[in-house]
Design a protein around this ligand. Structure first.
Ligand SMILES: C[S@@+](CC[C@H](N)C(=O)[O-])C[C@H]1O[C@@H](n2cnc3c(N)ncnc32)[C@H](O)[C@@H]1O
Length: 275
């Protein structure tokens, strides 16, 4: 095992690189898109902003469902993610929706422009989540609604946490990376404090449980380790050590089998706020 000098740094993800494989997650997290659409309470004529829309969600789901009854502007900080989203829009011939590269911390829109602002699994990944939320609030019309989803605490994301634990116990405490950034806003009170500091006075936060089903262990292992959060910590180990981690995980996953499939619960937090 070799511990690189930057091993205590946060294991951040290259989202341009992730654009090649991100869509494998879309079926798993679609229930969050449905929940956000319902929370956002969309009406005909709404101007909607989707921040950190990645490869297009939840914007594409909204565009397919509402057609030109709403106008959607979707932005993301990674150009390659935006390119994937734009290609889907073009292929499906969807109208009333545009995708553009843009950082959440500097939204290039006038204040009071949008009726609805949504974001699925983006805010906790911003370089500056507070500045991003302030910007999201600034561009909302007074009385406009925001609906966002972030991940809960990391140990509540069962499908990743199980493998993470196997990896961490093989690293010396001083060489362990911090918990993944995806879980930064999960600890109790963090999202609430951030929304308040960003100027939101009226909001509600509630947990949302996502059930992930994997057909077999190989599928579970591949989808969770080929890219994303676990790839960098796994890459610190030799091929033999990675095989040992995989073998150990295959034993720990046994209690999660139900009727031949692996079923794991992952917790998100949904927030609905009024500007
Ligand atoms: C987990 S993906 C979610 C994508 C999409 N919303 C979905 O749920 O399918 C997170 C996205 O946040 C984007 N992102 C991270 N930091 C950002 C920032 N500061 N401004 C805009 N987008 C950002 C990444 O480029 C990535 O596409």
């Amino acid at each position: 095992m070799s511990i690189p000098p930057n091993s205590s740094q946060s294991n951040t993800i290259d989202w341009n690189e992730m654009s090649k494989s991100f869509d494998r997650w879309l079926p798993y997290i679609q229930p969050v898109a449905e929940a956000l659409i319902s929370l956002a309470d969309l009406s005909e004529g709404d101007e909607i902003l989707d921040v950190a829309a990645g490869t297009g969600e939840p914007s594409l789901t909204i565009a397919r469902r509402f057609g030109s009854a709403v106008r959607i502007t979707a932005v993301d900080g990674a150009e390659a993610m935006v390119a994937v989203a734009e290609e889907k829009r073009r292929r499906e011939g969807l109208s009333g929706i545009t995708f553009q590269p843009m950082k959440a911390e500097a939204l290039a829109f006038p204040s009071n422009r949008f009726d609805r602002v949504i974001s699925r699994f983006g805010v906790m990944l911003f370089d500056d989540p507070l500045q991003g939320l302030k910007e999201m609030r600034r561009v909302m019309k007074p009385g406009g609604k925001m609906a966002i989803a972030v991940w809960s605490e990391f140990h509540r994301i069962e499908s990743l946490h199980l493998i993470w634990e196997s990896i961490m116990k093989r690293l010396p405490p001083e060489g362990r990376p911090p918990l993944p950034k995806m879980a930064d806003l999960g600890p109790p009170g963090k999202l609430e404090a951030l929304l308040k500091t960003a100027g939101f006075e009226q909001f509600e936060i509630r947990p949302f449980l996502l059930s992930y089903t994997f057909d077999d262990f190989e599928t579970y292992w591949a989808i969770n380790t080929e890219s994303g959060t676990l790839r960098e910590p796994l890459d610190r180990f030799s091929a033999e050590e990675q095989e040992a981690i995989k073998k150990e995980t295959s034993k720990q996953v046994v209690p999660f089998f139900k009727e031949g499939k692996i079923i794991m619960q992952n917790q998100a937090l949904l927030a609905a706020a009024i500007a």
